[in-house]
Design a protein around this ligand. Structure first.
Ligand SMILES: O=C(O)CCC(=O)C(=O)O
Ligand SMILES: [Fe+2]
Length: 341
């Protein structure tokens, strides 16, 4: 593919166009991904919380991506989770394959290099991953779409605690963000509360080995161009290791440079459906050209799997007719994941 050709990415909500498939970033564009300060999101004063929600509205309608700072997640919990990721990926391939994701009915466990293909036009992603869901405390593991046990590596029982602790922190932050999403859409602050117990969250530990510039295969990136499936993603990036790129409205790739003390949050396809595409589920990809290993931890937060996602009335107008039929959240996610693995 030449630099100027356009490409189309197939997503669960229809095809999207990429105008430039160059690996080069558009310089000077980093500031187009806004940084939201969440300090006031925790204020007892509704007016303060609404002010943050209004910045969130702006970010979701213009960019679909934003950083959050002052999010309240203790830095030790984040660094211990990253350490768990590094330890996990150092296990032998044989050991990791004992919990191969494809042997699980509910997409839990290990994905080897090239085991996933996010962009249907690609030839596999150059990352390995470890997928974890809600850790059920009793033996009733559900059995419905996506519910089910986590699979922990036998040789590293010690990673369960830091990973599940991080998961719980993400659920807490995710619930707060859902409240901000509700306020931003002029809904009651608690509109989503009953739908987000945490059971609909998926967390991944990811490892991207460095990809050399020379001979770089545009169809085999760290993670190919895609949109996320859930309502929104909270991503922890390793400081100082740049890889994530976001497609702006002009069809150019913008670097989401790691900013210390922040998470990157992006709107996913389910929130796009809910808002009738008022909120943008923005295409992104990652290429690790830094020469060092990169680790990241996305947490995909969604509503409980039995929920119905139905376009919000407030997002339908004459100029924005209803685009999507109601869907069951669990079925939708399971279908999207089945297309990826
Ligand atoms: O690792 C990253 O920076 C992005 C990961 C991502 O986009 C995903 O897992 O959906
Ligand atoms: Fe993603």
């Amino acid at each position: 593919m030449t630099m100027t050709e356009t490409a189309t990415v197939v997503t669960g909500n229809g095809p999207r166009k990429i105008l430039s498939n160059s690996i080069d970033l558009k310089p000077g564009d980093f500031s187009t991904i806004p940084v939201l300060d969440l300090t006031l999101a925790f204020s007892p004063n509704l007016t303060d919380r609404k002010a943050v929600a209004s910045s969130l509205f702006d970010a979701c309608t213009r960019v679909g991506f934003f950083y959050v700072k002052n999010h309240g997640v203790p830095s030790e919990i984040i660094s211990e989770c990253f350490q768990a990721g590094r330890d996990f990926f150092e296990l032998s391939l044989e050991e990791k394959m004992k919990i191969y994701i494809k042997d699980s009915e509910n997409f839990k466990g290990y994905t080897p290099l090239l085991g996933e293909n996010t962009d249907p036009a690609g030839r596999g992603d150059l990352h390995e991953g470890f997928d974890v869901g809600y850790e059920y405390s009793d033996s009733k593991q559900g059995g419905k779409a996506m519910e089910g046990v986590n699979r922990w590596p036998e040789q590293l029982p010690g990673i369960k605690a830091p990973v599940t602790t991080y998961f719980s922190e993400m659920v807490k932050l995710g619930k707060k963000l859902f409240q901000l999403f509700a306020l931003s859409l002029d809904l009651e602050e608690g509109y989503f509360d009953n739908l987000v117990s945490g059971k609909g969250g998926i967390m991944r530990l990811l490892h991207y080995p460095p990809q050399m510039e020379e001979g770089l295969d545009m169809k085999q990136l760290g993670i190919g161009a895609h949109s996320d499936y859930e309502c929104f993603t909270i991503l922890a990036q390793q400081d100082g290791v740049e890889a994530l790129q976001v497609l702006n409205k002009g069809g150019e790739w913008v670097g989401a440079t790691p900013i210390e003390g922040t998470f990157v949050v992006n709107v996913g396809d389910m929130m796009a459906r809910w808002t009738n595409d008022l909120y943008l589920s923005t295409i992104h990809r990652a290429i690790n050209r830094t020469g060092v290993r990169r680790y990241s931890v996305p947490f995909f937060f969604g509503v409980d799997y039995e929920s119905t996602i139905e376009v919000l009335e407030s997002c339908v107008s004459e100029g924005r007719p209803r685009k999507y039929e109601p869907i069951n959240a669990g079925d939708y996610i399971k279908k999207r994941l089945s297309e990826t693995y």
